[in-house]
Design a protein around this ligand. Structure first.
Ligand SMILES: [Zn+2]
Length: 80
């Protein structure tokens, strides 16, 4: 399943590619708005974690040299 299929329409602040900045406000994604908007659109913590994990995984695939810990902080740790 592609990440695109999992994106609820409520979320406007999503990452562009390959830059991984927000398509709405150009801040590094997840931007401040996304950190509010995404959990609101996904009240189920498991769904939220899976959604964010999907992006984390794609980010790591695109940035083979990136540190996992740093990417985990950016994409997932803030949502806990
Ligand atoms: Zn944004």
């Amino acid at each position: 399943m592609d990440v695109v299929d999992r994106q609820p329409n409520l979320i406007r602040h999503l990452p562009n590619r390959p830059g991984w900045n927000c398509i709405a406000c150009t801040e590094p994604w997840p931007c401040e708005v996304a950190r509010v908007e995404v959990p609101l659109a996904m009240p189920d913590p498991i769904q939220l974690a899976m959604f964010l994990w999907g992006y984390l995984e794609e980010f790591l695939l695109e940035h083979q040299t990136g540190a996992f810990g740093e990417a985990h902080e950016r994409f997932l740790a803030w949502s806990r």
